[in-house]
Design a binder for this molecule. Structure first.
Ligand code: MLT
Length: 395
């Protein structure tokens, strides 16, 4: 029996698990303190009413002989794929129905898609980065190179022609920094990928927060991307499905490497290893794209956008550098007083009762930075912002 020794190369535990343990220990020691959680990017607004109704109706259907659904199509029901197709088409991006694969969330697909690629490929990830990208490749034993980012490039790495990568991760708007690429910048990544015969894994989980016209909502807005990119997206952030689990992956039919068609391979992979997302969840997800669904969802997104502004305004008042918060639910700030990330985490918890995420948890380049999320409750976010302002001013 041989174990996958690469698991030994992982950090002892996942970043958000570490934070949860630390906060639980602090709360136990200080039961009187009201802690405000702006750490993990989990939503707090309830599901939209039309989403809940669609879920109820589908559950009722499942209890009838005529409406019962057993195994569904592994790649998702046509009604949901068509709804997603319409969502992209409304932004001018054409997709074929069989280029869309429904999944139980972006996190799973980001890991699963790697199964199509040899472990002997080199992976390029930005630093700082959503830790899952790194861990997925560490456990597979792939070589990882980092595209270092910082304040000087607005935490948006650009291609370096002296570096050869086969798999490139792009998350825009980015987790954790909230920075988002313009179409012109993404064009350079598409050119680089095509020149290197590489594939871009484009994480679009936060696209719904984009309001700036110059920023791309999908990699497929960029000419040539259909020959070099896979897009992975989620219902978690747009519609609060973090506890309901649903996402989708777009694999264009043109995408081929070494004579293998990646769309066909992904279908083969999914039909073998996945039995699809529950019917009730897919019905609920489809309701997101109805007229009333989109209106309700926009109201929720605006709620989070306001939270982001409350946090950003507080930081502006204290002269703290940050990026994100405008086309993103994440605010990425420079720790005041030259504190290191974990030092600021402890300071913030102790002085403000606020939980955030230490930047260094997302990579070396995140040292000295810190992430706050706008996904919290509005009233609590206001209280947190006031506390942060007062504490930083008193530093
Ligand atoms: C985060 O806080 O970074 C999120 O939880 C990421 C995710 O959606 O898994």
């Amino acid at each position: 029996m041989k174990m996958n020794k690469h698991y030994n190369e992982l950090k002892a535990s996942y970043l958000f698990v570490d934070i949860a343990h630390k906060v639980a220990a602090y709360q136990e020691a200080h039961p009187e303190k009201e802690i405000i959680r702006l750490g993990i990017g989990d939503v707090t607004q309830p599901l939209a009413k039309c989403v809940v109704k669609a879920m109820h109706d589908a559950a009722d259907e499942m209890g009838t002989k005529e409406g019962f659904h057993g195994y569904g199509p592994e790649q998702g029901y046509p009604f949901l794929k068509q709804a997603i197709q319409g969502y992209y088409a409304s932004r001018g991006t054409k997709l074929a129905e069989d280029e869309i694969f429904i999944s139980d969330g972006a996190k799973s697909d980001l890991a699963n898609v790697l199964g199509l690629f040899d472990v002997d490929n080199t992976v390029l990830v930005p630093d700082p980065v959503y830790p899952t990208y790194v861990d997925d490749n560490v456990t597979d034993g792939r070589k990882i190179i980092y595209s270092r980012t910082g304040q000087e490039n607005g935490f948006l790495g650009m291609p370096d022609n002296s570096v050869k990568a086969d798999i490139i991760y792009i998350c825009s708007p980015n987790n954790p920094t909230g920075a988002a690429y313009t179409r012109d910048q993404l064009k350079q990544w598409v050119e680089y990928a095509r020149k290197n015969d590489a594939i871009i894994l484009y994480d679009a989980a936060y696209e719904c927060f984009i309001s700036d016209e110059n920023l791309a909502r999908s990699i497929f807005e960029i000419e040539g991307a259909r020959e070099c990119a896979i897009e992975i997206c989620s219902f978690s952030k747009i519609a609060g499905f973090t506890g309901t689990r649903c996402g989708y992956t777009v694999v264009p039919k043109e995408l081929e490497r070494e004579g293998m068609n990646i769309n066909k391979l992904w279908l083969r992979r999914q039909t073998t290893k996945f039995n699809g997302v529950p019917y009730v969840v897919q019905r609920a997800a489809a309701a997101v794209f109805t007229e009333s669904g989109m209106a309700e969802i926009q109201a929720n997104l605006d709620y989070y956008r306001k939270n982001a502004k409350v946090i950003a305004d507080a930081l502006d008042e204290c002269g703290v550098w940050y990026c994100g918060g405008k086309n993103s639910p994440y605010i990425w700030l420079r720790c005041p007083g030259n504190m290191k990330s974990w030092e600021f985490f402890d300071w913030l918890l102790e002085n403000c009762g606020v939980v955030g995420t230490p930047g260094v948890g997302f990579g070396e380049c995140g040292e000295g930075y810190f992430r706050l999320t706008a996904f919290g409750d509005a009233e609590k976010t206001k209280v947190a912002a006031e506390r942060i302002k007062a504490a930083i001013k008193a530093l």
